[in-house]
Write a new protein. Structure first.
Length: 116
């Protein structure tokens, strides 16, 4: 069983949100989940991910570099069709038994990739 570190779990939540339908509801839901899960540490973690080029500074969403970083961790081919990315996330979380230790983020990711 593998384990994603906290920052990778947070980045994965942004990754999942990126491949959902683009609307304020999905973005707001992610924001609420992250605030609930991380509280006062959210801004500093976002800053660290931003400094590494994994989150964009202006809209706090995942960058192409962040997507490629997670594609590598999850063994997703970078040329995979975007609409299938969430299915790949689901399959790889189950196949590699990747543990998500932050309950709110685990629930958010499982909900949107279809893991019950």
């Amino acid at each position: 069983m593998g384990k994603l570190v906290e920052k990778e779990q947070i980045l994965l939540a942004y990754y999942v949100c990126n491949f959902l339908e683009k609307n304020d509801k999905n973005t707001d839901e992610l924001g609420e989940v992250l605030k609930k899960a991380l509280g006062n540490t959210l801004e500093s973690i976002q800053g660290e991910l931003n400094d590494k080029g994994l989150l964009s500074d202006h809209d706090r969403m995942i960058t192409n570099e962040g997507i490629l970083y997670l594609d590598n961790i999850l063994h997703i081919q970078s040329d995979a069709v975007e609409r299938n990315k969430l299915a790949y996330v689901k399959d790889n979380l189950l196949t590699y038994e990747l543990e998500l230790s932050i309950p709110e983020i685990r629930e958010y990711i499982h909900k949107h990739v279809g893991i019950e």
